[in-house]
Design a protein around this ligand. Structure first.
Ligand code: NAD
Ligand code: ZN
Length: 356
């Protein structure tokens, strides 16, 4: 029998430049004066031209999320949830809208889940641990690559681990892929987030959990990434790549690069896309031809990666990074097969970290 997990997709989608102006068409209508929406917005947009386009009203809650500071955490999600409850009591929002990069969209997803489930969001990090469906939610990426708009996970930093709330209930009910929103992303950030997509595709295509459906999405997304970063592909192509890459991951898995990059984010506080780039650059043995192409892309976009990044870390920090990597059982099984523990030993992981 097939072991394919029933595949939920985002059911409603708007695509194209300026489609954000049609948000109202996707929102559940307000039917009483108490009804409200919650907007979780990347604080890079504070005072900018994008938030007014969401047409929030006085009764709505706008929460600016500091996405540039660090990876989003379970504590931050719990805090936003508590704030909403303290302001509105038992009255729940009609929708939670996340506008920003993967971090902000993941926070919006998690807040929507946590407005319906007891306790702390850290209790639900794992696979299918969320008992009660979350609230209606809409994702609007303003930087492309993470694929968070398409996925069933909300990745959060917990006390000692970075882990996703993986659940059908943390998937958006609608998304808006508006390429006009990514046009001012700084070159480096565009590159790091875009490479997250490229790496998702490589890991998905090279993994043992791949199936034809996931291959269809990942190979198209990979082509689009190459058009964008090796040639002159446009923002619609990058938006599409991010979405298709995300869909592919729903049906497959990431691999060695993500397993290592989570350790970098945990100990060095590196942002996800950047951490992936640092890790991918040493993975010739696993993803050789794609690492070569990645280096061409670095050169074309004049992006320089730091060297010796783990030099300042003591033995304990390295140990925690190795432990974090070894916890990534699914990605490592995907990349290396069921025998992965004998292939990627702790010593090998240390050597890879030392090479970065
Ligand atoms: P991000 O959300 O971490 O944001 C990166 C930076 O880009 C931030 O400084 C942000 O303020 C800035 N930014 C966002 N939009 C901008 C704009 N229009 N102009 C200028 N700056 C802008 O970036 P990301 O790469 O999209 O997401 C990475 C996060 O997503 C990580 O937390 C990662 O763990 C998570 N992730 C989630 C999934 C998933 O399936 N849920 C998949 C991959 C990654
Ligand atoms: Zn990723």
């Amino acid at each position: 029998m097939s072991n394919f997990r029933i595949f939920k997709q985002v059911p409603r989608l708007l695509f194209g430049a300026d489609s954000v102006d049609r948000l109202a068409e996707l929102l559940p209508p307000k039917t009483s004066p108490e009804d409200y929406y919650v907007f979780v917005i990347d604080d890079v947009h504070k005072g900018g031209l994008i938030p007014p386009r969401l047409k929030a009203t006085e009764n709505d809650i706008i929460e600016y999320f500091p996405a540039s500071k660090k990876e989003p955490s379970t504590a931050q999600v719990d805090e936003v949830r508590d704030k909403i409850v303290s302001l509105k009591g038992k009255q729940k929002p009609k929708s939670v809208i996340g506008l920003g990069g993967g971090s902000t969209m993941d926070v919006a997803k998690a807040v929507s889940v946590m407005l319906c489930n007891e306790g702390s969001s850290s209790q639900y990090q794992g696979w299918d641990l969320v008992p009660v469906p979350g609230l209606h939610k809409i994702g609007i990426p303003t930087v492309a690559g993470s694929g968070a708009e398409a996925s069933r996970t909300a990745v959060l930093m917990g006390k000692d681990r970075k882990f996703g709330i993986n659940s059908d209930f943390s998937m958006f009910d609608a998304i808006i892929l508006d390429s006009s929103l990514i046009k001012n992303v700084p070159t480096d950030q565009r590159f790091y987030s875009g490479m997250d997509c490229y790496i998702h595709c490589v890991e998905s295509l090279q993994g043992t959990m791949i199936n034809e459906l996931a291959r269809g999405y990942a190979s198209k997304a990979l082509d689009l990434c190459e058009s964008v970063f090796l040639a002159d592909g446009d923002d619609d192509m990058l938006m599409t790549a991010s979405y298709l890459g995300g869909v592919s991951i729903v049906n497959s898995e990431v691999g060695v690069c993500h397993a290592l990059s989570y350790g970098l984010s945990l100990e060095l506080g590196y942002r996800h896309g950047f951490a992936n780039c640092v890790a991918f650059n040493v993975l010739d043995d696993y993803y050789g031809p794609w690492v070569d192409k990645f280096r061409q892309m670095l050169e074309i976009h004049k992006v320089t990666l730091p060297k010796n990044v783990t030099k300042s870390l003591d033995e304990n920090a390295m140990k925690r990074m190795v432990e974090m990597t070894l916890r990534m059982e699914r990605p490592l099984t995907n990349a290396l097969g069921p025998d992965w523990k004998n292939i990627l030993t702790p010593e090998k992981i240390v050597r890879l970290y030392e090479k970065m």
